[in-house]
Design a protein around this ligand. Structure first.
Ligand code: ATP
Length: 506
């Protein structure tokens, strides 16, 4: 899996998806820039989300709020006091870790041990193997499952209570060593606030202290009534937003999975108090469907209920994706109660209530939110699509290729127009005409450099669903050969029908 992940990262750089930020200065940790293909893929992900949220729901509207907000926003939301991670340093390696992540890694190791036992038994018993029965009775599996459950409940309690002493004790009790140095010489655990702060121009001191927003949601909460009144929405309704968020993450490894500057796609859905669990279940199912529509399956997606709820939530679930380094959070669905609106009402002194014409009464709505990182979705999409495979080479043998089996709606380039050979004026003219005809409708690419086989491989590597080859026959029959990326099938398509052919498939 490590190798696969390394290959994906290197593929991203070679093919212009993602570069380390400020690379000429040796980069800036956990900060990345999106290259020519990366920005297209990222925009397509955002568009797919926006379409499914805003366009397809009459009762969801958009917003683009500023990154800077009045400092009281973050006091009201609880971020100044409670947006902390438990930090621990290893004295030998001088490396810094999140204490809860060290315990989670310990739990992941226990899970892996259980899985190994099960796999071994599966091999040994073949078709007769009863996994449920085995997991319930095998002493080694049982012992590890018990340890796992004990760690899970203890961690959840320590996180909910903010019990830093027990976090440290857990690290000692579970004999967790620094992954770098193997040392168990740890500092105490302390709280670390994740918000970046900066100073407003001419205002000195605390008065002028601003934060870079750690989530986009608060811009939606403070605008709740502006949006509701101007768009004449009635509860239940939602506000969707895509924008940058910033978190001073203690450790930011695993490529674009955890960054300090990232982008979120969030939707806050305002509902009548008491109906929130119904809407929570609705959005939980809807969001999974969106992932499945883009190619996800039960193999690589799963729900994970939160063990320790954030200060604002009464229910929370993650949609986890099987990244090359294991199942991790991709999206969160949270029932946030009326916490945020009530807090803003208290600190601003402004009413945050909705008058319900059906009930003929005013109330502070409850909120169910869906929140997903664009960058994490990007990594999930690439991890799912990245395939190394052997394909027939057309000469009776086979050859290796790397192909991104992206959902066509996400592919950075939808079709490539390739004259069979270069330096042939007739073919160039014809191919250019095809390209010009398509480029306003689709992200198209014209390429005549190198042998046709190499050009196909280049398009495979960026996930282009269709390669359109213009050959000598095209000059006679006004038709082209369309090659499909995954099946490698080639079809002769008349130029008169090419747009319709692509429209149907893309
Ligand atoms: P984690 O437990 O991984 O730190 P979180 O529970 O703090 O994540 P939320 O506050 O629920 O995350 O944020 C919503 C979504 O924003 C996450 O599901 C994830 O997709 C994305 N996200 C959060 N933090 C980061 C980050 N540092 N880098 C990239 N994406 C992030």
């Amino acid at each position: 899996m490590d190798n696969l992940f390394k290959n994906i990262i290197s593929h991203c750089k070679t093919y212009g998806f993602i570069f380390p930020s400020s690379e000429i200065y040796d980069g800036l940790s956990a900060t990345y820039d999106y290259g020519p293909n990366g920005v297209e893929l990222k925009n397509n992900i955002k568009q797919a989300w926006w379409k499914s949220m805003v366009r397809q729901h009459e009762n969801i509207v958009g917003l683009d709020a500023a990154i800077f907000m009045h400092p009281k926003t973050w006091k009201a939301s609880g971020h100044v006091d409670a947006f902390n991670d438990p930090l621990i340093d290893n004295k030998t390696s001088k490396k810094r870790y999140r204490a809860d992540v060290l315990v989670e890694d310990y739990m992941a190791k226990l899970e892996a041990k259980i899985q190994k036992e099960v796999d071994k038994a599966k091999k040994r018993f073949g078709d007769d193997f009863d996994e449920v029965m085995y997991s319930k009775t095998n002493p080694r599996v049982l012992a590890n499952a018990e340890k796992h459950e004990a760690a899970r409940t203890r961690l959840a309690k320590a996180m909910t209570d903010g019990d830093l002493e027990d976090m440290k004790k857990m690290i000692e009790d579970y004999e967790i060593a620094c992954p770098e140095s193997g040392s168990r010489d740890w500092t105490e655990v302390r709280q670390f606030n994740l918000m970046f702060s900066t100073q407003l121009g001419a205002v000195a001191g605390e008065e002028g202290k601003l934060y870079l927003r750690p989530e986009t949601a608060q811009g939606i909460f403070v605008n709740f009534l502006n949006v509701q009144k101007s768009s004449r929405q009635k509860v239940p309704f939602g506000i969707a937003q895509i924008g940058k968020a910033f978190r001073n993450e203690i450790i930011a490894r695993q490529f674009i999975f955890r960054m300090r500057e990232f982008e979120q796609m969030e939707m806050q859905f305002f509902v009548q108090p008491g109906s929130e669990m119904e809407w929570y279940e609705y959005w939980k199912a809807e969001r999974l469907k969106w992932h499945e529509m883009l190619g996800g399956s039960s193999e690589d997606l799963r729900y994970h209920d939160h063990d320790n709820l954030a200060h604002y939530a009464n229910a929370a679930v993650d949609i986890e994706f099987k990244f090359p380094f294991g199942f991790k959070e991709l999206e969160g669905i949270h029932s946030r109660t009326d916490f945020d609106l009530t807090q803003h009402q208290a600190l601003s002194g402004k009413k945050m209530q909705y008058f319900d014409p059906v009930l003929n009464e005013s109330y502070v709505p409850y909120v169910v939110e869906t929140s997903i990182g664009v960058d994490r979705m990007f990594l999930a999409t690439l991890s799912r699509a990245y395939t190394e495979e052997s394909v027939p080479d057309g000469k009776g043998g086979s050859s290796e290729r790397v192909v991104l089996k992206l959902h066509p709606s996400l592919a950075p380039v939808k079709c490539a127009i390739l004259p069979l050979v270069k330096n042939n004026a007739d073919l160039t003219e014809k191919a250019r005409a095809v390209f010009d005809d398509l480029k306003m409708d689709y992200a198209a690419q014209y390429d005549e450099k190198d042998a046709i086989g190499r050009r196909y491989r280049r398009q495979d590597a960026i996930g282009t669903p269709y390669c359109i080859t213009v050959d000598h026959d095209s000059l006679e029959d006004n038709a082209v050969t369309v090659r499909e990326r995954d099946s490698l099938t080639q079809e002769r398509v008349s130029l008169d029908g090419l747009k319709a052919y692509l429209a149907q498939r893309l």
